[in-house]
Ligand binder design. Structure first.
Ligand code: COA
Length: 373
């Protein structure tokens, strides 16, 4: 068995951002118009969204989006991302390549040094050719690539696979790329979910180490873990059979086929499962939460993370122990925990442990126990 490190991390955050105030104004203006139509036919009115509720319930203040155009327009409420010709680099691959280049620079490597690409994200632009292969091609990487999807645990699951490929010697250097364009599949007319998500792309280089090799400032991957249990509480029904399931195959109705979630059930069930996962995974390594210098948790909900940590520690822990980035980015699906990791590790000391732990649809949870070299 080989040892392995995360030798490079790259993050790409799009420039455009939307505050809660802007998002709620757009939503409520659509509700006003919709309610006029409903009143005319005697239907009950839709409820408005509220920025104070959003901040209190989720902790999110604003989110960055790949394409602002169209999202806040009450007539559209979806990003306008022009379709590209098949000969052009596709939107998702382009987003992934940006974070991948940063990860390669951080690792001091080029595409020629990588022998596998895993594109691990909650949504893929198309089934084939795999997004990973397009990213591989754009970066001039020899070897192989494939796609993986496991909701918000996708990056952690990609890391789990990459780590095991590297430690068995099957691959030398694996690039795990997570371009999350979740606004493309978000129903901005759904009061329950319209405020939750934002876009971000991350990448990590997982690299084998020689027997006694040390890389100061980098983390050795001690172990990774994955857990899943079926739940319908976060679900999308969008897929290739949608067309075949409808009477009128020329028209695909997106209503009901975007992200939906029973937020409060997810909150309760995943908080309990997340706590259990963390304590169990650490115990396998003779550790308790108190022995972990920093937690990089999934960035869905500030209250949820606080609760998981309170259960683990028996008391509240602050930003230094478990930093959040969701206030300014929203829930960036599988990218969130990796953004928190990238932005909050440079002060850590040799021997310090850190834990990446992501959770989400599936249900799924993925963890990586790291130790600073
Ligand atoms: N504006 C104003 N009020 C809203 C609202 C909005 N946008 N959305 C919901 N509400 C209302 C509800 O109608 C409900 O009102 P009622 O009690 O009068 O019926 C009330 O707020 C509470 O709704 P609830 O769904 O229980 O809210 P919550 O406190 O659970 O917060 C989430 C909602 C989505 C922020 C929260 O459940 C969450 O983050 N869950 C976990 C999500 C997650 O981790 N996903 C996994 C990864 S993707």
């Amino acid at each position: 068995m080989f040892r392995a490190t995360i030798s490079g991390i790259g993050v790409e955050i799009p420039e455009a951002r939307i505050t809660n105030e802007e998002l709620v104004a757009s939503f409520n203006s659509w509700v006003d118009k919709e309610n006029d139509k409903r009143a005319a036919v005697g239907e009950p009115p839709l409820k408005k969204s509220d920025q104070e509720f959003i901040l209190h319930a989720s902790g999110v203040r604003e989110r960055h989006v790949l394409m602002l155009d169209g999202i806040l327009d009450p007539e559209r409420m979806a990003p306008r991302i022009p379709a590209r010709d098949d000969s052009e680099l596709s939107v998702m691959a382009e987003f992934g390549v940006k974070s991948a280049k940063r990860a390669l620079d951080h690792a001091g490597l080029t595409g020629a040094d990588i022998d596998m690409v895993i594109c691990a994200a909650s949504h893929h632009q198309r089934p084939y050719p795999a997004m990973g292969i397009e990213i591989q091609n754009a970066l001039g990487i020899d070897g192989a690539a494939f796609d993986m999807a496991l909701g918000c645990s996708s990056a952690a699951a990609g890391l789990h696979v990459a780590f095991n490929l590297v430690r068995t010697g099957a691959q030398r250097r694996v690039l795990v790329v997570t371009p999350e364009i979740i606004t493309g599949h978000l129903n901005f007319r759904d009061r329950q979910t319209h405020f939750i998500f934002g876009d971000a792309s991350t990448a990590m280089v997982i690299e084998g180490l020689d027997e006694d090799e040390q890389r100061p400032g980098r983390f050795e991957i001690v172990d990774t873990r994955s857990w899943t249990q079926f739940s319908n509480n976060i679900r999308t029904n969008f897929g290739f059979l949608l067309r075949a399931g409808q009477e009128d195959t020329a028209f695909i109705d997106m209503e009901g086929n975007m992200i939906k979630q029973v937020g409060n059930k997810v909150f309760k069930e995943v908080t309990v499962a997340g706590h259990k996962f963390i304590v169990g995974f650490l115990a396998e390594h003779g550790l308790t939460p108190h022995g972990i210098r920093r937690f990089w948790l999934h960035q869905a909900n500030a209250r949820m993370n606080a609760m998981i940590l309170k259960l683990a520690f028996g008391h509240e822990v602050g930003q230094d122990r478990a930093p959040t980035v969701l206030e300014r980015l929203g829930n960036t699906a599988a990218a969130g925990a990796i953004v928190a990791f990238k932005e909050n590790h440079e002060d850590m000391k040799t021997g310090d442990y850190g834990l990446i732990c992501a959770f989400g649809a599936g249900y799924s949870i993925g963890g990586a126990l790291l130790r600073m070299m």
